[in-house]
Design a protein around this ligand. Structure first.
Ligand SMILES: [Zn+2]
Length: 450
């Protein structure tokens, strides 16, 4: 072959390759057959889930279960991920969600938009264009920042009405999670329901509703709940959502399912260690159900587990390492305990009653005499939001007895861990920026190099 024809052949190859790599339409859905692509993709996002959150949950559980591991920490690839936003500042879930979902760093608050305000297509949108079925699941509201990053394009994450418009027009196949946030412009659940129904979605309620789902284009909703408070048998777990979605969406072109543990973040904002651990366990159980699906389809399934950022600046110290299991004795969330506590009038004679309620709810009776006296000072003093101040101090003391300290009520700059297992897992090895998650998934869904 002379130089000119060699060059021509090279151009031909490039052209053919570029053509095959364009994501065109549903007809382009040879994804399943193409050896470069992954047929089934699970992306699990633990909102606010730092490495210490996982270590705390694992160590608490290991007491009584020596050597036990979280499912997500067993995945073969484990790498560090940088979560900072486009301004190199601490991210919120909107900017981080957009980075993971759409592959661009943006400003806090923005969803599905780059810093200049241009719309960017998410990996879920790309999967849909390829003919895959798409599921979006969360323990938070479905129009909260992380799930919305996969389908919405708005300047502010609080534009709940606009986000639901984008949800309705996404064409995605399965939405599952907590009821939608309302906003001033659209203060009624019925308006949202009408909008989704007009777009062809069937709405199901609660666990029995989820069980009844038999085909795609659905929104399976549930009231907001904390895993630690879950006494309502009609509320589905995150794992049950994940299993149902993987059954409903299984088809020859495969699926992309995003599952968010949204309340790991919410519990961490409230520095509620007990509720956080139970949310993390619920999330890890959803990961387990993804792994069980993977065992049945080992050559075709990719599981990625990540977090959007760390919340709470959670610190763990070695001196109380063995006492972490105490946190598992907590019976209900901070919010639920506070509700009960508020029923007790804050008069001096009621201190014992309040103290006993807190001891019983936390399952912790290790307050020293001086800690008890500190609590009494708060209860008998003239502080604002007395019940809250009292309960927060009790939580803080209990945590310190377990070697746990929250340093913030907000997000932190800490790097988080991304884990992966299955086809294409090697792309996730090595430390990277959060936008690499999108790039890797795009490569594995489209079958084309970046
Ligand atoms: Zn948060």
């Amino acid at each position: 072959m002379n130089t000119i024809s060699a060059k021509f052949a090279f151009i031909m190859i490039l052209t053919v390759f570029a053509g095959a790599c364009e994501v065109k339409s549903a007809q382009d859905a040879t994804a399943a057959a193409n050896k470069n692509t992954v047929k089934y993709v699970f992306l699990f996002i633990g909102d606010g889930m730092g490495d210490n959150h996982k270590i705390l949950a694992e160590q608490a559980f290991q007491n009584g279960h020596p050597g036990a591991r979280l499912f997500m920490t067993r995945l073969p690839v484990q790498a560090k991920t940088i979560t900072l936003n486009s301004g190199k500042n601490i991210t919120d879930s909107a900017a981080a969600g957009t980075a993971i979902a759409c592959g661009v760093k943006t400003a806090n608050g923005k969803l599905g938009l780059d810093p200049a305000g241009n719309s960017v297509t998410s990996i879920a949108g790309i999967a849909k264009q390829k003919g895959m079925k798409v599921g979006i699941i969360s323990t938070a509201a479905l129009n909260d920042a992380t799930p919305a990053a996969f389908y919405a394009h708005v300047n502010a994450r609080s534009q709940f009405k606009d986000i639901v418009n984008d949800m309705a027009s996404s064409g995605f196949d399965f939405f599952g999670g907590c009821k939608l946030y309302l906003d001033k412009e659209q203060p009624s659940e019925d308006d949202f329901a009408r909008k989704l129904k007009a777009a062809g979605y069937t709405i199901f309620n609660g666990k029995s509703g989820l069980q009844a789902v038999s085909q795609a284009k659905c929104y399976a909703q549930t009231p907001g709940y904390w895993a630690i408070d879950m006494k309502n048998p009609d509320v589905p777990t995150l794992a049950e959502y994940t299993i149902k979605a993987s059954e409903i969406l299984n088809n020859p072109n495969g699926f992309f399912i995003m599952v968010e543990g949204g309340k790991i973040d919410h519990a961490s904002h409230g520095n509620d260690s007990g509720a956080m651990i139970q949310e993390l366990f619920a999330f890890d159980n959803a990961v387990k159900s993804g792994m069980e699906f993977q065992q049945k389809h080992p050559d075709d399934t990719l599981i990625v587990v990540t977090a959007d950022h760390e919340t709470g600046g959670l610190m763990l110290s070695e001196d109380m390492q063995s006492k972490k299991a105490i946190i598992l004795k907590q019976k209900s969330s901070y919010g639920s305990i506070l509700e009960e506590l508020k029923k007790i009038k804050d008069t001096e004679k009621n201190f014992e009653q309040a103290f006993n309620l807190v001891k019983d709810s936390l399952g912790f009776d290790g307050f020293t005499a001086s800690e008890q006296s500190d609590l009494k000072t708060v209860w008998n003093g003239d502080v604002k939001d007395k019940h809250k101040a009292f309960l927060s101090l009790a939580f803080k003391i209990r945590d310190l007895h377990c070697g746990v300290k929250w340093t913030s009520g907000g997000h932190s700059a800490a790097q988080i861990t991304t884990s992966a297992s299955g086809k294409g897992q090697e792309l996730f090895a090595g430390n990277s920026e959060n936008i690499a998650i999108f790039a890797n998934l795009k490569q594995l869904i489209s079958g084309c190099p970046p």
